[in-house]
Design a protein. Structure first.
Length: 349
């Protein structure tokens, strides 16, 4: 207890006295304001360690003009994707001396955004955002350096960390086509200028490239939530057998879970009554029987890259390119059934 009390009472004056230097020298070393000799820095660091000195964050921010805090905003905490992005960002920021404040915009109204802005924008040096779907955030209000993770901004107004969403759903749709499927449904996604819209575009591009007509009854648009998946799959299964799709693409992990739920409620499973391929890997996709064919994104790395770019901006070394497009890959599992129709199976599969 006595030692803990001693740590709490230690001041910057005590550190300066122990190191035999001026208080201003201690401040320069701890805040990295300018260079001091290696010998002096070692003396100060040693005194800090011996005394157990802990800097006052508020005092430091007044000196440096930085809070060393990043505000991170995500749509919700339940989605595996958001959790992985948070993990990656936190690891990178912690390694560089920053802390994070994390908020969810789930069910936010316009007034909530105003409150978030007024209460917390001054506490952060910069902001990382995983946009919701739809994206209602007024980013200009923040007046802070900002990086968007998993966002498509064709106007190039913000730095973004993304993957090629159109290519992702193209590959998923192509995988189904190469396995003999021609009646292919799409569950989720909205046709607009967003990452969601790019995924719809990828599905349409694959159908066009393979000369397969798009049946509008087999497109079940919606936001990226479980109920979109369950409603979309239920609608497909209620169609007459002659019109029912033999396969479906789910636009993200939550819609995929919704699809799997709808199948389970009917005693069905992916790869038997209907084939299923989806964007984003997740626990159910990996460990269900059968496992689900997916596009895997480097989710943790996307969080790290978002944090890295944001700190670059804060240090005045912003990258020239506004868009950083990361690699993704197709993981084949057993949810895609081969249909022996005319022609031979793709030998490159």
């Amino acid at each position: 207890m006595e030692r803990e009390k001693q740590y709490k009472d230690v001041t910057i004056k005590d550190v300066a006295r122990r190191a035999g230097v001026a208080i201003s020298t201690v401040s320069r070393v701890l805040n990295g304001l300018d260079k001091v000799s290696e010998k002096t820095e070692k003396k100060v660091r040693k005194a800090v360690e011996e005394l157990g000195y802990v800097q006052n964050a508020l005092a430091v921010s007044m000196v440096t003009g930085q809070t060393k805090t990043i505000l991170m905003v995500v749509p919700d905490f339940t989605n595996d994707f958001n959790g992985s992005v948070i993990q990656g960002a936190e690891e990178y920021l912690k390694a560089h001396g920053y802390t994070m404040l994390i908020f969810s915009t789930k069910d936010f109204k316009e007034m909530d955004f105003e409150n978030l802005y007024r209460r917390f924008s001054k506490l952060a040096d910069g902001i990382l955002v995983v946009p919701g779907n739809p994206d209602r955030m007024d980013y200009a209000r923040w007046e802070k350096p900002l990086v968007l993770v998993d966002s498509y901004r064709p106007q190039g107004d913000y730095y973004t960390i993304e993957i090629d969403n159109e290519r992702g759903t193209f590959l998923l749709t192509e995988e189904l086509i190469k396995n003999g499927h021609r009646k292919i449904g799409l569950i989720g996604g909205i046709q607009d200028e967003s990452a969601s819209g790019r995924r719809v575009a990828g599905y349409l591009a694959a159908m066009k490239q393979y000369h397969i007509p798009v049946d509008q009854r087999l497109m079940a648009p919606g936001y990226h939530f479980e109920d979109t998946g369950s409603r979309g799959m239920a609608a497909f299964l209620s169609l007459p057998e002659s019109s029912r799709p033999t396969a479906a693409v789910a636009v993200n992990n939550l819609t995929c879970i919704g699809c799997m739920k709808a199948l389970a409620e009917r005693g069905m499973r992916a790869g038997r009554e209907i084939s299923l391929a989806a964007f984003d890997d997740h626990l159910l996709a990996r460990y269900s029987v059968p496992g689900v064919t997916v596009i895997e994104r480097p989710t943790i790395e996307m969080g790290k890259e978002g944090a890295r770019v944001l700190l670059q901006i804060l240090e005045g070394e912003a990258p020239k390119e506004k868009r950083l497009i990361m690699e993704s890959r197709l993981i084949r599992r057993d949810s895609v059934k081969y249909l022996p129709i005319s022609g031979t199976r793709d030998r490159n599969r």
